[in-house]
Design a protein around this ligand. Structure first.
Ligand code: KMT
Ligand code: NI
Length: 172
């Protein structure tokens, strides 16, 4: 894992875009973003149990696996959005970038690789992309009825109760 402020320069979303300003695990925690490195899957099972997660699936994001729709999927994942439930991703192989909005509304880029697990709280604005290797294999953990519908950023979401709760907890 490596976290840093995104440079916001033009160029492919899959490039590192590293501004050179590092972001600590502690700073991520203040945004409600929790990071773990779990080489032992038993630790994932424990975390899932402790948070009431009963289900999981696995997704491979790559041109080999997705074919023609790969580029569209990657663009879709990169649209700034939030969910009304938390999002847990456990990387099994390859790499990917989760970008989350900081308190100052800058993008913080979190580079994840094998055995990294990230928890994004409900209501945080974020986006995802593969890197130049175009391959990530991830486990998605979910409760019975996950509310994963991406809600794209807009002023209308300022009154969304999940967004309001997130802002109250972490951005004040
Ligand atoms: C997401 O939430 O954007 C995804 O599920 C992307 C693939 S999982 C690394
Ligand atoms: Ni998402």
């Amino acid at each position: 894992m490596k976290a840093y402020v995104y440079d916001n320069l033009p160029g492919d979303q899959r490039l590192p875009h590293d501004s050179g300003r590092p972001v600590s695990i502690e700073a991520l925690r203040k945004l409600g973003v929790l990071y773990y490195h779990f080489p032992d899957i038993a630790d994932v099972d424990d975390l899932a149990a402790s948070r009431g997660y009963q289900n999981r699936d696995e997704i491979t994001v790559s041109p080999e696996r997705m074919g023609d729709i790969y580029e569209d999927k990657v663009k879709m994942f990169f649209r700034e959005h939030l969910h009304e439930d938390e999002e847990i991703r456990y990387i099994r192989g390859g790499q990917g970038f989760f970008d989350v909005r900081s308190k100052d509304d800058e993008w913080v880029r979190v580079r994840l690789e094998k055995d990294d697990l990230l928890i994004l709280p409900a209501g945080i604005y974020h986006r995802f992309t593969t890197d130049e290797a175009n391959f990530v294999h991830a486990m998605r953990l979910f409760k019975d009825e996950p509310k994963w519908t991406p809600l794209n950023r807009s002023g209308d979401l300022d009154t969304n109760p999940f967004r309001k709760e997130y802002v109250g907890l972490f951005l004040n």
